[in-house]
Design a protein around this ligand. Structure first.
Ligand code: HEC
Ligand code: HEC
Length: 243
């Protein structure tokens, strides 16, 4: 909301600027001021270049007058002098609201159909899948990849291995409520050697080549500290997204 001070501030500056332009036009039109008597200003460059003192062409001046008339016609139609509204009732808020309304109606036409469908029908619907694909490209691809295969730290959504489960509801939860997988430091009491053994054991769980003796040492601590969340075979726990 403009206080009346800022309202008048805008009106006065606007009108003053237009009137000042008008005055400037008339003043410069009066070109005789600096005449040296021979139709030039007396400035000479490069031996023989002379600056003449001709008035602006009439058609050119008239263009300026037209812009001034245009300004007042514009104010009358669209507003712009402080809080004074225009004859057409236009405002940027009004235009914004109207455009939003059009956009909402256009979206509603698409989404009202989806809203009436159950999950099964939605998953089978080609148009809904195409909409989902565009939404995915816009909002998800930067983390999960355009092919949904993920990256380090960002789970692969295109394979059969799910942190939180693959049901409609589990995926819906992941998207709508978000997921925060956090692992506390679990090796506080262990020395470096024991932690190294633990790493070797974890690597062996996924079938990597590992020293059997070191892995066996690591297993003891794994079974004590890690199974609760990662399971004995390292397969994780879908209720909490542990891997
Ligand atoms: C800022 C990066 C980022 C963006 C953007 C993002 N995700 Fe994720 N998403 C993650 C991370 C990280 C996880 C793993 C969270 C965890 O381990 O708790 C995840 C997990 C998921 C999961 C669970 C995967 C599983 O195996 O259970 C799904 C499903 C998912 N995201 C879908 C989406 C969709 C759909 C979008 C777009 C609307 C999206 N994500 C946008 C980073 C992102
Ligand atoms: C309280 C539950 C909990 C315990 C206990 C726990 N972890 Fe985790 N761990 C998690 C969670 C949750 C994640 C995923 C973290 C993320 O997404 O940022 C994780 C991630 C990991 C990862 C990375 C997996 C990957 O795919 O890159 C490794 C390795 C790991 N844990 C090993 C261990 C070891 C070894 C122990 C025992 C010393 C252990 N964790 C104990 C919850 C746990």
């Amino acid at each position: 909301m403009l206080t009346s001070f800022w309202n008048w501030y805008v009106i006065v500056i606007t009108i003053f600027t237009i009137l000042a332009s008008l005055w400037l036009l008339r003043w410069t039109k009066n070109a005789g001021n600096q005449d040296d008597g021979d139709g030039s200003t007396g400035h000479v460059w490069d031996e023989d270049l002379v600056e003449l003192n001709n008035p602006l062409p009439r058609w050119w001046l008239q263009l300026f007058y037209i812009t001034i008339i245009f300004a007042f016609v514009y104010f009358a139609l669209y507003g712009g002098l402080g809080n004074l509204g225009g004859y057409l009732g236009w405002s940027q808020e009004g235009q914004y609201d109207a455009e939003m309304q059009t956009a909402i109606e256009a979206q509603e036409a698409v989404f009202s159909r989806y809203r009436q469908m159950d999950n099964e029908a939605l998953m089978a619907d080609a148009e809904a899948n195409a909409t989902g694909q565009r939404l995915y490209a816009n909002s998800c691809a930067m983390c999960h990849g355009s092919d949904a295969r993920g990256a380090k730290g960002f789970p692969n959504l295109a394979d059969d291995d799910w942190l939180y489960g693959d049901s409609f509801d589990a995926v819906m939860h992941s998207i709508v409520k978000g997921r925060v997988g956090v692992m506390p430091v679990m090796v506080g009491g262990l020395d470096d050697g024991a932690i190294g053994d633990l790493v070797v054991y974890v690597q062996s769980l996924s079938g990597q080549k590992a020293d059997a003796q070191l892995a066996a040492n690591g297993k003891k601590n794994y079974d004590m500290l890690c199974v609760a969340c990662h399971q004995a075979d390292g397969s994780g726990n879908k209720t909490t997204g542990r891997r």
